[in-house]
Each structure stands twice: as C-alpha cells, then as structure tokens.
Design a protein around this ligand. Structure first.
Ligand code: CS2
Length: 437
C-alpha cells in the first residue's frame, strides 16, 4: 500500500478555531502544550496558531501538513503513536504581521511561549531583529488598539519565575512606547508562570520511517518524546483557557518549589551528565547516566540540591527515583550535545542557584560547581561557540581574549554578578577540572 501524505485532506476533523497563539513551535512545544491542548479538548474548540522560534524550517514542513504531526511516545519497551491536531496554522517568526493579527484577534485568549532561556536575558532590541518581548509588545499594542480584551501569556521555558520575568521584560518594552499601553498590559494581561517537563529528543530519519511503517503516513515532522509529562501552572487566565487539568496539568498557588525541583534536579542533572559525559566520550543521557562515576557525581549534586528544596510537599525521593528511571530509558537516546547547547542561559537557571544556596548556607558548593567546571572545560574544545550557544554574543569576547584561569574567572563573571571576583569559586572551578575526565 502506498503511504498517504499527512495533511488536512487526509484528516477527518476540521481545523480547530484559533484561540491560542504559540511562539516557538519546536519539538518540545509539540510534545507538551500542543499535546495537552489536544488531549484536554476532544470537542476541538481550541486551535493553536504557531510561530517558529529560532529555526523557521518547521514552518514549511509542518505548515504543508496543516499543522498535523505524529507524536511518538517512546517508552522503555514500546512506542505509542498518535496524530496531534491542535496546531492549525504555522508561520515563521519573521511574520510579525501574522503574529500581530493573531494576538489582536478577539477569540485569542492565551499566548504560550517556548523561546528558550536565552530569550529572557534582557537583550538589547534592534529594529531588524526585535527581541521576543518587543514582538510581544507590538502584538499586544494591536490588541489594545482593537479593544480585543484581556489575555493570558503563559511562559513555558526552563527559567525560574518565568511568568514574572517575562512580565517585567514586556512591561519594560511597553514603557518605551508610552504609558497607556503599559497601563493596559498591567491591568488586563496576566503572566502565568509554569514548570514544564517532558524529555523530547531531536527527530531522526528512523522516526520518520517508523511513522510510515506503523501508520502508513508520510510525515515530515513527527516528534518523539518520553511517556512522562508534567505541567504545573500558577496565575490567572482573565479570558478563557482549555481545561488542561483534564489532561493532567496542575494549577497551584505557589510555583516556586515545583519549578526549582524540576530545574535543579532534572535540568541541572542533565547538564551535569552532558558536560561531564561529553568530556568522557559519552553520546547520550542514557550512556552518561550508566557511567558509574557520573552516577555518583549526579547523586552528590542531587544531595546538595535537595538540602535546599522544601522536602515536605515535593516527595523528593520518589522524584529522584523517577528521574533515574527516566534517564535510564535507553530507547530515547537523548543526545548530550542537545543538552549542552545554550549553556550560559541554562546554567544560570539550573545550576547557579544551587551554588548560591549552598554558599549562603556555608556548605561546599563543589558538587554543583563540578557542572560549571565541566562546562568551562567543554567550551575550551568548542570550535565555534555561535553554533552551540544562543548567547554567543556574551561568550565570544571572553573566549577570544582569555585563557586558563583568566577565562574561568571571566566565564564565572558572566554566569552570575560578582562571581568573577570570588576567588574561592575560581580556584575550586579550576581544581575540579580534572576530577571527572
Ligand atoms: C534539557 C531539557 O536540553 C536540555 O537542556 O535539560 O530540554 C529537558 O529535557 C526538558 O526540560 C525536560 O522537561
């Protein structure tokens, strides 16, 4: 039988009406928010208009398929495939007019974002390539002018207090355009903080072949993810929202413990395995987690982080057990090079706070500093930092002009204010260099 090309003509249900705008349609958002929306909304009342993030390629492939794609849930033993149909339009990031129109449309009630950690660094905007908050403000200004009413903006990136950080950046960008717009955003637009979790490796040709074999479909844009998923949200939805709780999302009044648990243990653990693992010649999280010495380093890091997390509500031992199980899913093959990208922004969010918490408590931060040390060492071997870090603009001057301990000092200074002059951190980072390699 000749496989059918996946597109809207081969799909029975009509496209859902667009009520959500998503910025940063990558694999993760398609394994996560789009999956939650599809699952929570069987009647098809909530469609997503997606805009790409850094890579525009998915606008073509997914756009040709009318937003449809197969999601491959890759368990330790089997794959489960389903077609996700919550995305109805896909546009490139360059389509600012499209974003403006979608956000200003009265039926739109929610804007979700997965734009990566680097987008939250208060980068100076330029007219040629506006920052994410600048684009958001342009779109919000149009909504204000259209009198289209309140809206919720939901950040789904791996940084602490992501909603509050995005709110500050957006209000600062709005202030530059005049007080009426920022007053309206302040009163009518809510910024929801969320903690998101689902391990989503890059798609391979084997995955495309699997969809062809299993579903008789030609899908150029399938997504692979682990079966586990979690979404914790905190904030108001002044318009409406899909009943995401029907798909397992949790709404809480205090997000901080949840986001810290996830950022420090899962993401921090990933970064430890990535930098130390790459230096030791491993390729995937599975390989690195199976390395005895790295497993022990991970436990030391988690022990330190755990001492600075609230124990009672978080059930940390079960969480850690679960993480070990998730990292040991050999069929996921999550590449360490994928985790290693964008280290500057990622480490600021997932490892720096653990080091600060330990230092403030008078404890040795070394189990966490080990990750920074491995990152510094790994950067020494990176030929072109622009290819591996969205914050290359900050890293390049340091990498060009420093060597050895000076470089370590300068990199620490980029990670956190004041760290460049903390001799004890510089010395320990240098000393830890050889520990796990
Ligand atoms: C990973 C995350 O690549 C990385 O930096 O740590 O993408 C991680 O897989 C997700 O946050 C899991 O929810």
């Amino acid at each position: 039988m000749t496989p059918v090309r996946l597109d809207r003509s081969s799909w029975a249900a009509p496209p859902r009406p667009v009520r959500i705008v998503h910025i940063g349609v990558g694999n993760f958002s398609r394994a996560h928010q789009a999956w939650y929306t599809a699952r929570a909304d069987p009647a098809g009342a909530w469609g997503i208009a997606g805009f790409t993030g850094r890579s525009a390629a998915v606008a073509d492939t997914l756009g040709r398929q009318g937003g449809l794609y197969a999601l491959i849930e890759r368990g330790p033993d089997v794959d489960r495939l389903e077609i996700i149909d919550s995305i109805c339009e896909v546009r490139p990031a360059s389509d600012l007019a499209g974003l403006v129109a979608a956000v200003a449309a009265p039926p739109t009630s929610v804007v979700t974002l997965t734009v990566t950690e680097a987008a939250y660094a208060a980068a100076p905007a330029s007219a040629a390539s506006p920052s994410v908050p600048e684009r958001l403000v342009t779109a919000l200004a149009a909504r204000f002018d259209a009198g289209a009413g309140p809206l919720a903006i939901v950040s789904c990136d791996n940084i602490n207090a992501n909603g509050a950080v995005l709110r500050d950046l957006t209000l600062a960008a709005a202030d530059r355009r005049g007080p009426r717009l920022s007053a309206w955003i302040d009163a009518e637009v809510s910024f929801v903080s969320t903690s998101v979790d689902r391990i989503t490796p890059r798609t391979t040709d084997d995955d495309r072949r699997l969809v062809r074999r299993e579903l008789d479909l030609v899908d150029d844009a399938p997504v692979v993810c682990e079966p586990f998923t979690d979404w914790v949200l905190c904030g108001e939805f002044p318009a409406d929202r899909p009943p995401w709780e029907d798909a397992g999302a949790r709404f809480v009044t205090d997000i901080e413990p949840w986001e810290r648990r996830k950022l420090w243990l899962l993401n921090g653990g990933h970064s430890l395995l990535a930098y130390c693992g790459l230096l030791r010649g491993h390729a995937t999280v599975y390989d690195a987690a199976g390395d005895h010495e790295l497993g022990a380093a991970l436990d030391r890091f988690w022990n330190l982080a755990e001492r600075h997390l609230p124990a009672a509500e978080l059930d940390l031992s079960a969480y850690r057990r679960d993480l070990k199980r998730r990292f040991a899913n050999g069929r996921i093959g999550y590449p360490l090079t994928q985790v290693a990208t964008d280290g500057l922004g990622k480490l600021r969010a997932r490892v720096v706070p653990v080091i600060e918490a330990a230092a403030q408590a008078g404890e040795s931060p070394e189990p966490a500093l080990q990750v920074i040390s491995a990152w510094v060492q790994w950067l020494d071997g990176v030929p072109d930092v622009a290819a591996v870090d969205a914050s290359a603009g900050e890293l390049q001057p340091v990498l060009r002009s420093t060597r050895g301990e000076d470089r370590t000092r300068a990199l620490l200074g980029l990670l956190a204010p004041g760290w460049g002059s903390r001799d004890e951190l510089v010395i320990a980072t240098e000393r830890l260099r050889t520990d796990l390699t």
